[in-house]
Design a protein around this ligand. Structure first.
Ligand SMILES: Cc1cc2nc3c(=O)[nH]c(=O)nc-3n(C[C@H](O)[C@H](O)[C@H](O)COP(=O)(O)OP(=O)(O)OC[C@H]3O[C@@H](n4cnc5c(N)ncnc54)[C@H](O)[C@@H]3O)c2cc1C
Length: 388
């Protein structure tokens, strides 16, 4: 232990200046930003770094300029730049701006909302004619009056690669990573915070809690009516020529029969990843998690929708399925900011199924909060809003 110059008011010895609990999406990014700023940092992860049970698991994440998710508006203008910084530092390709499709009946909620919001933002939607859609994106079978909107700014992120890249960059800049260590308690004690696992206690000046779907276990009363969403991810084999590329099959969101489905080309040769957008089930506690649970009705439903939307191009029998879990708040907005009077415990959670596109920006915001350069996150993201 040592006496740190980080906070002048700190007199008790600490193990590091800032601790990060949970090294998934947001925690890995926070640790990277701490380390590159030269702040002594330590991070705990209950599983192995880069494990396959996170909200970052499942091969791909949509990167969309807001419009359909105004919740992410405050930070999206900085997201591409933040991803490029991590790509440069890690030498890993993470974000591909491919353009993206949104498809649905003109009367569908998705198309109406997107058109209205794009119009309001001064970027009227670029509607593709059905012949242009058929020529450029032949994998999609448009049905009835369905229309397609092309969004040049959309793309896809490789989520597992992003987490591992951030952790490697953090480690290279001096951060300490403690794997296979589930934090059980966090207690502000005087001018430091005690962070305990089953067999050890560490002391830090500030702590960032980015425990994803496990966050409410450490902060049980912060968000009444919070829930954990189960998201089903499914991979299907493609038929014929396996030419589902970024050009012929860029990331899409499609509303069909009141369901939103989305998909991407897959790095797993001969497959595409197509699945339901949004959670299929609400859970109360991580004790209910089951990564392999496969409700037959959900599989039957997604298979039926795949058959309708892609005809002979995709075999509607999934060959791989997984469940992943994210933390949801009642208003769909994250909780980001300090939760104690001393501003020593900073939380970044509740990303409600839409956080990945913002991750490196959130990591930076968390570090600004922990270092005292910023005292609150965005107003709508006030972590205490539900209990005031
Ligand atoms: C299937 C799916 C698809 C999605 N699609 C999109 C999309 O297309 N675009 C988009 O922008 N967003 C998308 N999202 C949302 C986005 O991925 C999440 O909002 C984001 O990953 C949440 O990050 P997090 O850091 O809060 O959680 P996580 O990434 O899960 O990180 C939490 C980490 O904390 C660790 N941990 C938990 N408790 C403890 C403890 N007590 N001690 C130590 N470690 C602990 C966990 O093991 C984990 O590693 C999707 C989410 C899912 C699940």
């Amino acid at each position: 232990m040592h006496h740190s110059p980080y906070s002048s008011s700190c007199s008790a010895p600490t193990d590091a200046q800032v601790g990060v609990i949970g090294l998934g999406t947001m925690g890995s990014m926070a640790l990277w930003h701490l380390a590159r700023e030269g702040i002594e940092a330590i991070g705990w992860e209950q599983f192995r770094p880069g494990h396959n049970k996170g909200a970052f698991s499942g091969e791909a994440r949509q990167f969309r300029a807001t419009y359909l998710e105004p919740e992410v508006d405050p930070v999206m203008p900085h997201a591409v730049g933040a991803y490029r910084e991590l790509e440069e530092e890690s030498g890993t390709s993470l974000l591909r701006i491919t353009g993206g499709l949104t498809i649905g009946q003109p009367s569908s909620e998705t198309i109406r909302t997107l058109s209205t919001r794009m119009g309001q933002a001064g970027h009227p939607p670029r509607l593709l004619s059905s012949s242009e859609t058929a020529r450029r994106f032949p994998k999609h079978r448009l049905r009835g009056q369905e229309v397609a909107i092309w969004n040049e700014e959309a793309g896809m992120v490789r989520p597992e690669h992003a987490v591992v890249a951030a952790l490697s960059a953090a480690r290279s800049s001096g951060a300490q990573i403690v794997p296979y260590s589930a934090v059980t308690t966090v207690e502000a004690a005087g001018n430091r915070v005690a962070v305990s696992t089953a067999d050890q206690t560490w002391y830090v000046e500030k702590v960032i809690i980015t425990a994803g779907a496990w966050s409410w276990e450490l902060l049980p009363n912060l968000v009444p009516d919070s829930y954990l969403g189960r998201l089903l991810v499914t991979w299907f084999p493609v038929r014929g020529r396996a030419d589902f590329t970024e050009e012929t099959f860029p990331p899409f969101l499609r509303e069909v029969e009141g369901h939103r489905i989305y998909g991407f080309p897959s790095h797993w040769d001969g497959t595409v990843r197509i699945g339901f957008a949004g959670p299929r089930q609400r859970l109360r506690t991580p004790a209910e998690f089951d990564w392999l649970h496969e409700p037959a009705s959900e599989i039957a439903e997604i298979s039926r929708l795949v058959e309708q939307c892609f005809g002979d191009e995709v075999d509607p029998t999934p060959i791989r399925t997984s469940n992943f879990y994210d933390a949801y708040t009642p208003d769909g907005q994250p909780v980001l900011g300090p939760v104690d009077a001393q501003q020593r415990i900073i939380v970044g959670s509740g990303f409600s199924g839409r956080g990945f596109k913002m991750a490196p920006v959130i990591g930076r915001l968390l570090v600004e909060l922990a270092s005292g350069r910023r005292h609150s996150g965005h107003k709508a993201w006030d972590p205490l809003r539900f209990i005031r």
